[in-house]
Design a protein around this ligand. Structure first.
Ligand code: HEC
Length: 249
């Protein structure tokens, strides 16, 4: 009888160990997914802030625009709070995964550095369009952040203007699938590499504002000097792609 109880106890314990290890892996994947989602929103919030200040940035009559890294940071913080409910100035108290507590500030720093480096360009008088637009900001902020962290963050599209944004085979497969589906801003996520890498793609769709550069007539050069894509409002523009190594923090 005693022996029997012992056996049961051991199997219950083993079961608990099994469950715990499994739950731990599941949590870290969930944590990584939530972190990826927040990073994509933060990068997109930065793009939106640049877009909102575009007329100011491109004002040829004005020298100093006052669009400093600090002003940018305040606006991004507001935009991010409005979209996620997370206050970046109170991250310790915020309901975010532990890994996001370091990574969100790192992306803010990378983004502010891009705005800081662009000050000379932004404050130029006598020049209208300066090629400091949401997409150039996004490519640069993502590249800086990726160089400084173990996460890869990038903007990508099926037919990218900037070859650095060329999709890898995984991104290409997901984008090709998304292009054929009705629009949804829900991120697509998957664990690849035999469980080692989490991939998360957040789709971006064209709004009316985007069409002066990406709209019609296809082939005509836009203000940035690229041929327009001939896209329509609501078409898939691309995605913000995040890769996180699971367990490799
Ligand atoms: C002023 C013209 C202009 C406007 C307006 C504009 N874009 Fe772009 N877009 C560009 C340029 C130029 C690039 C390439 C940027 C680079 O060098 O990284 C680009 C790149 C992109 C990319 C990255 C993939 C690639 O082609 O390299 C995406 C995604 C994108 N744009 C989506 C949008 C969306 C969505 C909007 C509207 C919210 C928008 N763009 C508005 C000019 C524009």
């Amino acid at each position: 009888m005693k022996r029997y109880t012992k056996k049961i106890l051991i199997s219950v314990l083993m079961g608990m160990v099994f469950l715990t290890t499994h739950v731990v892996t599941a949590v870290s994947q969930g944590e990584a997914e939530e972190t990826a989602r927040l990073l994509a929103i933060l990068l997109d919030a930065g793009r939106v802030v640049i877009d909102r200040n575009q007329l100011l940035i491109d004002d040829q009559h004005k020298g100093n625009k006052g669009f400093t890294p600090q002003v940018f940071e305040r606006q991004v913080t507001d935009e991010f709070r409005a979209r996620t409910g997370v206050d970046l100035t109170q991250l310790r108290a915020a309901h975010v995964p532990p890994m996001a507590r370091d990574l969100l500030p790192a992306l803010i720093e990378a983004s502010k550095d891009v705005v800081a480096d662009a000050q000379v360009v932004i404050n130029q008088r006598g020049v209208g369009y300066k090629n400091f637009i949401p997409a150039t900001f996004g490519s640069q902020a993502a590249a800086r952040f990726s160089a400084r962290s173990h996460i890869r963050l990038k903007q990508t599209a099926l037919r990218p203007r900037n070859e650095k944004n060329t999709p890898d085979p995984y991104e290409e497969a997901v984008l090709s699938r998304l292009v054929a589906q009705p629009s949804s801003s829900a991120p697509v996520s998957e664990v690849t590499d035999e469980g080692k890498t989490l991939r998360v793609l957040t789709p971006i769709y064209y709004t009316k504002d985007c069409l002066k550069c990406h709209g019609g007539p296809a082939g005509e050069l836009d203000i940035s000097g690229y041929p327009k894509e001939g896209a329509h409002e609501g078409d898939l523009a691309g995605a913000i792609s995040v890769s996180i190594q699971l367990g490799g923090r």
